[in-house]
Design a protein around this ligand. Structure first.
Ligand SMILES: [Zn+2]
Length: 144
């Protein structure tokens, strides 16, 4: 069994960074000042390095203050933050739905064992309404 040998061109993606120290009265102002500092510095590769490497455009910043990361402006970081918030909201919705369904289940058992007590029927009706509202909210939250 012989395999055909082909030639592949492979681009290895790697990260590069350049750091600046700026003084500002807010994170947004620091980001703005850093973009200006970066534009002014305009980092480039020396002749030797540019033979084997390309330098891409800046795509974001990590901003630190007092040793702590205060913001990550990359698209991926923002998308991850949005997705996490969406996931947390859906999980909270699921928990509320589960609680409502448990309540309905308990009321159904009470009805089966004790006959229709008007109070139980009212509670069941309220719980069903709540479950339907929660289901609607969850479905709306799931829309893009
Ligand atoms: Zn070099």
């Amino acid at each position: 069994m012989s395999k055909e040998v082909k030639r592949y061109e492979v681009t290895v993606l790697l990260d590069a960074s350049s750091s600046y120290t700026v003084e500002a009265d807010s994170v947004e102002a620091a980001e703005h000042a850093a973009w200006e500092a970066h534009d002014e510095a305009s980092p480039s590769l020396c002749h030797q390095c540019s033979g084997s490497m390309d330098l891409g455009d800046a795509y974001g910043m990590l901003i630190y203050c007092d040793g702590n990361e205060v913001t990550d402006t990359t698209h991926d970081a923002r998308e991850i933050a949005d997705l996490r918030a969406e996931r947390d909201a859906l999980l909270a919705e699921r928990d509320r739905m589960s609680t409502a369904l448990d309540e309905i289940g308990g009321l159904c058992r009470a009805l089966r064992q004790g006959g229709p007590d008007p109070m139980d029927l009212e509670d069941l009706s309220n719980a069903l309404e709540q479950a339907v509202d929660l289901a609607h909210a969850a479905l709306q939250g799931a829309q893009p």
